[in-house]
Design a protein around this ligand. Structure first.
Ligand code: ZN
Ligand code: ZN
Ligand code: ZN
Ligand code: ZN
Length: 356
């Protein structure tokens, strides 16, 4: 394995500290179980205890989340009742009016339902299943959830799965080449230069990785949390949900920014909606700690369905404690295994087994 790849994966491992371990969602039913609920935070090494809660979950209370106002008729004016209304409420888009005047008259009556519907629409988006990860450009399988199982090549600006890197090594017997474009690996300095150039051109992964180097001070970077956060935001805007997650962690823990739970939640939500399972897990923790146990469990179920084993463990405990129905749990399990099947290949298994 080339030094470049080692360095990159080491760095990715370091960035994996981002999980919000001191805020694990409560799952206990009032009986304290230290074994399941006491953990050491990986970032501050403090013992953290999960709060306990008497709330029970049922499948219905977890998945019933799509109420639509029954009194809404989209074809008649919500204010005067005339037919042929075509002027929609531009916030919720669920009521129509004859004109702006009817809309204005009805505003105070509609305000509450509108707000509720807007919140429901947001939740529909927030609790959607994650799409599969992006595909490796060589084997066309979705990348594993573990970022450690992919490398970024600055020659072509592409991420490659370790299975494909391993297969090239097996076939050619030599390392030091990009598995995608076969360009020999360059020096560390050149690699960083290329990465910066890729970032300037808007390469998402390069931006995310450079943020990580600033955050951890690795690869001879000066540690600079503000710069890291700036780049995490940029990578998030470019489509890297992991960037949003790490920015959320910064806001939660006050790293390079002032601690701000609202902003932490905002970025965790963006990360979760972008398909980042760690972000969703962190969000579950925040919701649980805020007393929103139902929402916390919903997030855990979505993350488990996307194949995240840490979330599945929590969902399993939830099922054992009667918080989730058998059907609900089986449904999560099926989706979890299906996701893993999609991401699995012999060469990926061999790469993992080789300790690559
Ligand atoms: Zn009208
Ligand atoms: Zn409305
Ligand atoms: Zn691959
Ligand atoms: Zn390449």
């Amino acid at each position: 394995m080339s030094k470049d790849i080692d360095d990159v994966s080491n760095n990715i491992v370091k960035m994996g500290i981002s999980e919000d371990n001191n805020a694990v969602p409560p799952l206990s039913r009032g009986v304290e179980e230290k074994t399941a609920s006491e953990k050491e935070c990986t970032s501050c090494e403090q013992k953290v205890e999960h709060e306990t809660n008497g709330r029970h979950y049922s499948d219905t209370d977890i998945v019933s989340n799509s109420g639509v106002d029954s009194d809404i008729d989209v074809f008649t004016c919500a204010n005067c009742g005339k037919e042929g209304a075509s002027n929609s409420c531009n916030k919720c888009n669920t009521v129509k009016y004859c004109n702006a005047a009817c809309k204005k008259k009805h505003r105070s009556k509609h305000k509450k339902a509108c707000k509720r519907r807007v919140a429901e629409m947001y939740d529909e988006k927030l609790f959607k299943d994650h799409p599969p990860n992006e595909e490796c450009p060589i084997c066309f399988l979705p990348f594993p959830l573990d970022r450690d199982q992919q490398v970024f090549e600055t020659c072509c600006g592409k991420s490659i799965c370790m299975g494909c890197v391993y297969e090239m090594l097996e076939r050619n017997g030599k390392s030091g080449l990009c598995a995608f474009c076969r360009t020999p690996h360059c020096s560390d300095e050149e690699d960083i230069e290329k990465m910066k150039k890729l970032m300037d051109k808007g390469n998402t992964e390069a931006t995310y990785l450079l943020a990580g180097y600033y955050a951890t001070g690795s690869r001879d970077f000066p540690q600079d949390h503000q710069k890291a956060n700036e780049l995490y935001l940029k990578s998030g805007e470019l489509g890297c949900a992991g960037g949003y997650n790490n920015l959320g962690v910064s806001y939660r823990n006050g790293i390079g920014v002032e601690s701000d739970m609202k902003k932490a939640q905002h970025y965790y939500e963006l990360g979760a909606m972008g398909g980042n399972v760690e972000s969703r897990f962190n969000l579950a923790c925040l919701e649980g700690n805020a007393g929103n146990h139902n929402r916390g469990m919903m997030h855990l179920m979505v993350a488990a369905r996307a194949g995240y084993n840490k979330a599945l463990d929590k969902v399993k405990i939830g099922f054992q404690r009667g918080m989730i129905t058998k059907d609900g749990y089986e449904n999560v399990l099926r989706a979890y295994h299906e996701r893993h099947r999609e991401m699995k290949s012999d060469q990926r298994d061999r790469a993992v087994a080789s300790g690559m």
